[in-house]
Write a protein that binds this ligand. Structure first.
Ligand code: M6P
Ligand code: ZN
Length: 192
C-alpha cells in the first residue's frame, strides 16, 4: 500500500483510473431477488451470467481517517423494465457518508434512510452527489447505450451492509416507462 501522498488520473469520460489495487466484477447472479421481474431475471441468468458493473478500488487501511476511493463502471442494459444497477448498501458504520462524481454517461442514485426517507437524484457528467451518513445508496445506469462511469470516496472503515437491502429491497425503483427513466414505488418492498 502507498505510504506517501500520491496522485493519479481519472479519464474524463469512459475508462479506468491510472492506478488501482482491486478490480471487482459483479454479475447478474449476484443480484438474486433484487429485480422486480424475477421471471425475466431467471431467464436471462439461465442463458448468460452477464457482467453488470465493475469497480476499480484504490486500497487503503480500514482505519478511521482513511478514504477508500476508486471508480465504478455500470454497463448499459435492463432486466425487464429495470436498468442495470449496483446491489446497493448501507454502510456498516451507519454514520458515514460517501461522495460520488460522475465522469461519463447518465444515471440516477437511489437513497433511503432506515426510518423510510427516500431520495432519488439524477447523475450526469460533472455532477457531484453527496450521500449523507445513514443513507443507503444504489446507482442506476439509465442509458441503454453507454457505460455510467463515476468516482467515489468514503471512509475506509465504513464497511458494507448488503443484508438489509437484499432482504427488503429499496423503497424506490428506477424503471423504463415510455422510453424514459421513471421512479416508482417498489411494489415488493418489505417491512422488516
Ligand atoms: C460505488 C461505491 C463502492 C461500491 C460500488 C458498487 O462505487 O459505493 O463502495 O462497492 O459502488 O456498489 P455495491 O457495493 O453496492 O455493489
Ligand atoms: Zn457506500
Amino acid at each position: 500500500m502507498r505510504e506517501k501522498p500520491f496522485a493519479y488520473s481519472l479519464p474524463l469520460g469512459a475508462g479506468k483510473p491510472s492506478v488501482w489495487d482491486n478490480h471487482i466484477m459483479r454479475r447478474l447472479s449476484s443480484m438474486k431477488g433484487q429485480y422486480l421481474d424475477q421471471m425475466v431475471y431467471e431467464t436471462m441468468l439461465s442463458s448468460e451470467d452477464t457482467l453488470l458493473y465493475e469497480v476499480y478500488e484504490i486500497k487503503r487501511p480500514e482505519a478511521a481517517g482513511e478514504l477508500l476511493q476508486g471508480i465504478s463502471i455500470i454497463h448499459p442494459g435492463k432486466v425487464g423494465d429495470e436498468y442495470f444497477m449496483t446491489k446497493g448498501h448501507f454502510h456498516q458504520v451507519l454514520d458515514t457518508g460517501e461522495v460520488y462524481y460522475c465522469l461519463s454517461g447518465q444515471g440516477m442514485i437511489v437513497m433511503e434512510t432506515p426510518e423510510g426517507e427516500a431520495e432519488v437524484l439524477e447523475f450526469r457528467p460533472g455532477q457531484v452527489v453527496y450521500v449523507l451518513p445513514r443513507w443507503a445508496h444504489r446507482t442506476v445506469n439509465t442509458s441503454l447505450a453507454d457505460d455510467l462511469v463515476f468516482y467515489f470516496a468514503y471512509p475506509a472503515n465504513a464497511g458494507h451492509d448488503y443484508g438489509t437491502i437484499e432482504q427488503k429491497g429499496f423503497r424506490k425503483l428506477v424503471v423504463e416507462r415510455d422510453g424514459r427513466p421513471t421512479v416508482i414505488d417498489n411494489p415488493r418492498w418489505k417491512q422488516a
